[in-house]
Design a binder for this molecule. Structure first.
Ligand code: SAH
Length: 521
């Protein structure tokens, strides 16, 4: 269907956001619509284009929130109604491994909608790997088999045995063949029916002492491995309260997990923390908390937005030097320049200045090399450098004092609304264009509100973040980690239990969080 949107069936992997493919991330970043499942982690949803329409079709274990047939129709509908749009259908693991991705693709084909499949890392192999269990191993298992432990009742022609007591029992499986099979057996969606599956395998001759492992929430900070044997499978699930999502892996390879389990129980394993810093600043603390085992939900309280319209690009002719002081400034300037129908040729012959290396690198992405970058990478350094360059330029052209001011007035500063006055003080004749604004975030998407409500604690680095966070959330954790006394006071005022870092640095805060949870264990 020409002109319609294109649908991407994307595998999100088993949970760890690092296991999403590069292709998957690339599409999520530009998606106009994201239709996602329950098993997709909030950290992966955080990669999606913030402007994308987020549609939760998550299936709860007991009831289907949105029926498969409705999901199929929804994808076609989005494609037809949104010409040229990128529609991401984000599914746990791999879309074609028990993901019903094939059914969605068939529906798209019959509606004539263009699509692409972005494979994902299936839980069937990666979850055992995170528990230190190789699915094949020389001398132990020369094949592995991925089997559903759950069957739609209507898909089986056989009558379901009453003693199974479960309408979804996989009665259609060839148990005699599976019992004989020497390879590793991996069951997905099988926890509720494992008692039935284990009994049928033993009836068909599989050794009751066959080792098996249940791996719950694999690759996430909540991963847990429970060992059993075929004969103790059902009772172990009940005793240990193994819950979905979990896979069951059976065979000699399971024993390797005793030696190869590499995923350490880290100080923050099993903790979900909300980080309220701006996205660019948050990445540092997010990486550190994640490395300590936490699941981090980045929920910035401020966002930057281009100032739309209002810039008079014709007047660029009056300026000789353009100075950029942030990556945001570069991106916003060019976005608006292009939107106004201009291109980089309007900068021909101009001198370009950057405050530091990162901004300089960003300019290079637009094909612009910088003429001036101060050695100390500060606003003050840039101001002094420009003053000196303009002055020497003027003296060389023997214009004297008046000329000096004239040259300085030909400097254009491209900055955000919250930029400090350093540059303007050093270059009082320069002109400043505000090319982007920093504003408080006023709304959280539904998926983020749900993730915040289920978090263990929230991390605050400023009292304004506390105020804004409280305004935006109804359900939130009661515990907060704060930087500094002011932040602590604001959080306490709003009823948070507070733990405050000894020093007002991120390092000190991260250390405090790790200590807090280590002591609580
Ligand atoms: N397409 C998915 C499977 C979908 S079926 C894939 O390729 O992984 C859903 C089942 O996958 C769950 O019932 C569970 O058995 C398994 N599963 C998915 N994610 C899991 C995880 N993080 N840990 C353990 N099992 C998982």
């Amino acid at each position: 269907m020409s002109g319609a949107g294109k649908v991407y069936l994307i595998g999100a992997g088993p949970g760890d956001p690092g296991l999403l493919t590069l292709r998957g991330k690339e599409i999520l970043e530009k998606a106009d619509v994201v239709v996602y499942d329950r098993l997709v982690s909030p950290a992966i949803l955080g990669f999606c284009n913030p402007k994308a329409k987020m549609v939760d079709v998550g299936k709860m274990p007991t009831h289907h929130k949105v029926k498969q047939s409705e999901i199929n129709k929804l994808l076609v509908q989005f494609a037809c109604e949104m010409p040229g749009a990128t529609i991401a259908r984000l599914k746990g693991g791999d879309p074609f491994v028990f993901g019903r991705g094939g059914e969605e693709a068939l529906e798209l084909v019959s509606a004539g909608v263009e699509f692409e499949v972005v494979p994902g890392i299936t839980s069937a192999i990666s979850v055992p790997a995170y528990a230190g269990i190789p699915v094949s191993h020389r001398g132990i298992a020369t094949s592995f088999h991925i089997i559903t432990g759950h069957e739609k009742a209507e898909s089986s022609s056989k009558v379901i045995p009453a003693q199974a007591g479960i309408s979804s029992a996989p009665v259609g499986l060839d148990f005699p063949a599976l019992a004989k099979c020497p390879g590793t057996l991996i069951f997905l969606m099988g926890i509720a029916n494992m008692d039935f599956i284990a009994r049928r395998l033993m009836e068909c001759g599989k050794d009751p002492k066959t080792p098996l492992a249940f791996i719950e929430k694999g690759t996430t900070p909540y991963q847990r491995t429970v060992m059993a044997t075929l004969e103790t499978a059902g009772e172990t699930i009940a005793r240990e309260n193994v819950t979905a999502p979990a896979i069951t892996i059976m065979g000699g390879v399971v024993e390797l997990g005793q030696t190869l389990a590499w995923k350490k129980n880290l100080p923050l394993s099993g903790k979900r923390l909300v980080v309220t810093r701006a996205a660019k600043q948050a990445s540092g603390i997010t990486a550190r908390l994640t490395a300590l085992g936490a699941e981090v939900i980045e929920t910035p309280m401020i966002e930057t937005r281009s100032v739309d319209g209002g810039l008079d690009f014709n007047s660029l002719a009056n300026f000789e030097t353009l100075a950029f002081t942030s990556v945001n400034g570069v991106e916003s300037f060019f976005r608006q320049l292009f939107a106004a129908g201009c291109d980089v040729r309007v900068l021909a012959g101009k001198k370009i200045a950057s405050v530091g290396k990162i901004t300089e690198k960003k300019l290079l992405e637009y094909g612009i090399r910088c003429d001036y970058v101060p050695e100390d990478h500060t606003g003050e350094g840039l101001g002094k450098l420009l003053a000196e360059k303009c002055t020497s330029h003027v003296i060389a052209s023997e214009h004297g004092e008046r000329g000096n001011r004239l040259e300085e007035s030909r400097i254009l500063l491209l900055q955000g609304n919250l930029a400090d006055e350093t540059l303007l003080k050093l270059l009082p004749q320069a002109t400043r264009w505000v090319v982007y604004e920093t504003l408080p975030v006023t709304e959280l998407p539904e998926w983020k509100r749900e993730a915040v409500a289920a978090a263990d604690a929230v991390v605050f680095a400023s009292s304004s973040a506390v105020e804004n966070f409280v305004k935006m959330t109804d359900a939130r954790p009661s515990l907060s980690f704060c930087i500094g006394r002011m932040t602590d006071a604001a959080a306490s005022k709003h009823g948070f239990e507070t733990v405050t870092s000894d020093e007002t640095t991120m390092d000190s805060l991260v250390k405090k969080i790790a200590e807090y949870y280590s002591a609580a264990r």
